[in-house]
Design a protein. Sequence first.
Length: 166
Amino acid sequence: MDFPLSYIKYLYHFHADRDYFECHEVLEEYWKDHGMERSSIWVGFIQVAVSYYHYRYGNRKGAVKLMNKAIRLLKDKQVEIDQLGIHYPEFIKILIESNKIMSKQCPYKAINFPIKDKKLFTLCQSYCRKQGMSWGNADINTPVQILKKHNWRRSRNKIKVDIVSF
């Protein structure tokens, strides 16, 4: 199977630089450009990334809410998840366990998707090397620009508006 570049980029951001905000951006653009439904598997993957963004940022309530939505959506997508090279039973198990951990107010810890497709894994690792990153980063020294990306982007957009208005 050929995998969309947006999916490779999503997996890179999720597993290498742990930029969950960018995961959302990359897949949302792909999802919208292809006119897909809200029940699309891509929406579930977006929800997982945004859940982890909130979890790491300390918004446990938002993280749990989004993870619940992601699990509900993705539980019905076994065939699609398998076709995308992810080991379905292990993936759902990881998401359910993550949700429990988030609910218990446990400290943030990154997860990795159980990739079963060798071609996909090779593509992801190759993309990581090209970016100068390692797959499966433990996420212990994430730059503040990634941790608070939504604030940083909002500030940057406000500055642009202020400059344009003069």
